[in-house]
Design a protein around this ligand. Sequence first.
Ligand code: CP
Length: 307
Amino acid sequence: MRSVIDVLDLSVEELDSLIKTAVDIIDNPQKYAHICEGKKLATLFFEPSTRTRMSFEAAMYELGGHVISMSEANSSSAAKGESVADTAKTVSCYTDIIAMRHPKEGAPLVASVNATVPVINAGDGGHNHPTQTLADLLTIYREKGRFDNLTIGFCGDLKFGRTVHSLINALSRYKNNKMILISPEELKLPSYVKKDVLVKNGIEFEQTTDLIGAMPKLDILYMTRVQRERFFNEEDYLRLKDSYILDTKKLEYARDDLSIMHPLPRVNEISVAIDDDPRACYFKQVLNGKYMRMALILMLLKEAGTI
Ligand code: CP
């Protein structure tokens, strides 16, 4: 049974095909409105979410399907000690496809091994968030028209930011991309991502603490929130949380064709004064996420022979 746990579970050709489907959904929504009639998606969220859970649910409804939902860990038998494996086996009896978010890295993989329906990783700890990457890729495609020859600045919490890890993985498969990694010392990109992804694929990258210095070089600035929930120590979080705040003053150093992205939720790292700037793309990412999740649900249900 095909599941998607990591963005690398999808080939470059499959990513292209998902983008093509998403664009067709945007242009011809009525063509897709009944494809999943009688089918069910289960959203199992053991961690808070607004965008990912609701966009998965909206995606299934817009495909004509139904949704069953577990929106917090305490409302399920996980609170009584039920394992992820048993939960996956159980929920497979009620649904055609599962989207799972979990605070423990690897939990959606364990679910996929035990489920009898496709499982989509909707974010696991500080590890991966492949469907946010699909949203990001559709946004880059619609803003820039390409995935190569781009200079991308990743700024903020690069240590715990799972969306950063997934997007670096995805963009490392395309030619001539350069990554500028902007973070405080304590929140640098994990060495396993640097070694296994950037170095292994021969990707040009630099590490810096200087956002303003990097700004003029960037085609894309990918801002991220400092991930309070992953810190062991509240003092460290408070010290680091406002390391980077993108405001109109800093934006004066940017190019006119910069695309400003952020997976959201935002706390302080982008001033609301920037929301109306034509370079701000973060609410476009939110909508693009729904279209790409529709495309992914269709792909996996077709492969499973469910539709
Ligand atoms: N980007 C993202 O994963 O948002 P949520 O946590 O609200 O799902």
